[in-house]
Design a protein around this ligand. Structure first.
Ligand code: 5GP
Ligand code: SF4
Ligand code: MG
Length: 466
């Protein structure tokens, strides 16, 4: 998901709409905005679909007055899937004795099922199926006198990944979990405005200036043009999601001082060094494989070409939650550039293989177009473990790499060769070295390594074996 908030600007909701539009790649199912205005109180709008189709209408934006607003774009990793329940669309809102509070959450809480059971037993009435709603109910049970203290109390009880943007009548609040698994950055706009955004591309779109990242375990409370920082959740070095670098974040975003595009480009170079093959063309599987394909082409000297063309009017396929839609999605989205491919030995570069659906369909399409050979190069290691921290990977038995060796995967997909970048190569591309820190790796890489930095306790309760 994507979260965004702004304070200290006129018509804050318009800025939030723009920010969410820049973060649309993080969630395309639905979006919501909450704004506060002293005369008008809290107002909210939640809608299915794209930000641009909902939050650009003047009539609608007029219902969200005020200089303080937050928003969320949703990609379901917990709770209901797809276009089914508007009540699962964030921000969530709670009315407390000291005023209202709205919350937008990116990440996944790994103990939400246990918390929900406990909260329901104690009288909480849940409105949604979302893990994030627990935060509001935990706040209601806190005895703290102000809302930011209540947010702290609530977030001390949850486990897993959270980058949260919240607002009260007067404050904009940003929090990251102790490991900082999901991103969150702070920006400035105008004389006294502040912005919180999942990624820096959300700052760029409104002309805000990047200040810094919210640190792992940090909470910032912004009011009256001042930023107050505390560290309620410990002081760890963090385990940022390495898959944000590979796929999830936008390539024009900067994370940890490093361009996401640059990392992806370097992954391509690593792949070319680790797994060379003779071929006529290097083609990306657009758009997610494009920067790595450029890197592969530059490092190998094999010409780059757009052998697959993407229909720009279709979103990210993986994010469509059912298999049926996902299966169709590949053809709706991608088509082979036949004239270019015929008779050629083609290297296809994609970011990841999850179920293998995409790779298999693309292989069919490319052989259909008369390619002489097809070689897949994947810009991440085999995805052998599910993510429980906010990326919607399927159960382990649906992951191709959990069931097959690399050679079996190659045969199942039906290509001449299939190679993944090594985990060490991925770290090198991101400017790190896995294991340089003797205690633990610098990133979360659990979906590749099976080393979960936070025990996924709900899943363990359900019998998941680490
Ligand atoms: P598959 O078809 O193997 O199940 O999925 C792999 C494709 O899904 C890749 O092309 C990748 O770009 C795309 N993808 C989109 N979203 C995600 C995501 O959240 N996780 C992963 N692992 N892959 C995703
Ligand atoms: Fe990111 Fe994978 Fe860790 Fe999930 S398991 S947070 S996708 S690195
Ligand atoms: Mg893709």
């Amino acid at each position: 998901c994507g979260v965004f908030g702004v304070t200290g600007v006129a018509e804050a909701a318009n800025f939030v709409a723009l920010g969410l539009h820049a973060l649309q790649h993080r969630g395309q199912e639905a979006g919501g905005i909450v704004a506060y205005d002293a005369a008008d109180g809290f107002n909210s709008v939640r809608r299915f679909g794209y930000v641009r189709d909902n939050f650009t209408k003047a009539s609608l934006m007029e219902t969200l007055p005020g200089s303080l607003a937050i928003g969320h774009v949703r990609y379901s990793t917990a709770g209901s899937k797809g276009h089914t329940a508007l009540r699962d669309v964030q921000p969530f809102f709670g009315e407390f004795s000291m005023g209202g509070c709205a919350i937008a959450h990116n990440g996944n809480l790994t103990n939400a099922a246990a918390l929900r059971r406990e909260l329901i037993e104690h009288g909480s009435i849940f409105q949604s199926s979302s893990d994030s709603e627990c935060i509001i109910h935990l706040m209601a049970r806190s005895i703290q006198k102000n809302l930011s203290e209540r947010i702290k109390d609530a977030l001390r009880r949850v486990e897993g990944a959270f980058s949260v943007v919240a607002m009260t009548r007067t404050k904009l609040i940003g929090v990251r979990d102790a490991l900082g698994v999901r991103p969150l950055v702070l920006g400035r706009i105008g004389d006294k405005g502040y912005v919180l955004s999942s990624e820096t591309c959300g700052l760029d779109i409104i002309g805000a200036e990047f200040v810094r990242e919210i640190e792992p375990g940090e909470m910032v409370v912004i009011s009256d043009g001042k930023v107050e920082s505390t560290r309620p959740f410990g002081n760890s070095k963090g385990r940022f999601c390495v898959f944000e670098h590979v796929y999830f974040s936008r390539p024009d975003s900067i994370i940890g001082g490093r361009s996401v595009y640059e990392t992806r480009y370097q992954i391509g170079r690593e792949l070319a060094a680790e797994s060379p093959v003779e071929a006529d063309l290097v083609c990306p599987v657009p758009d997610s494989g494009t920067p790595a394909a450029v890197g592969y082409s530059h490092a190998s000297g094999i010409p780059f070409a757009f052998g697959i063309v993407r229909n720009q009017y279709v979103g990210r396929t993986f994010i469509e939650p059912t298999d049926q839609i996902r299966n169709m999605g590949v053809r709706l989205k991608l088509n082979v550039n036949r004239a270019l491919i015929r008779g050629k030995r083609v290297i296809l570069v994609d970011d990841s293989v999850v179920r293998g659906t995409t790779s298999k369909k693309i292989k069919d399409m490319i052989l259909d177009a008369g390619a002489a050979e097809v070689h897949f190069r994947i810009a991440s290691p085999p995805t052998a473990w599910p993510c429980f921290y906010g990326v919607d990977t399927p159960d382990r038995d649906k992951l191709l790499a959990a069931r097959m060796t690399e050679d079996e995967m190659r045969d199942w997909i039906g290509v001449d060769s299939l190679r993944f970048v090594s985990l060490d190569g991925l770290y090198r591309a991101a400017g790190e070295a896995r294991g340089r820190d003797a205690v633990c790796p610098q990133f979360c890489d659990a979906c590749f390594s099976g080393e979960y930095p936070v025990a996924p306790s709900d899943q363990l309760d359900r019998g998941f074996q680490m």
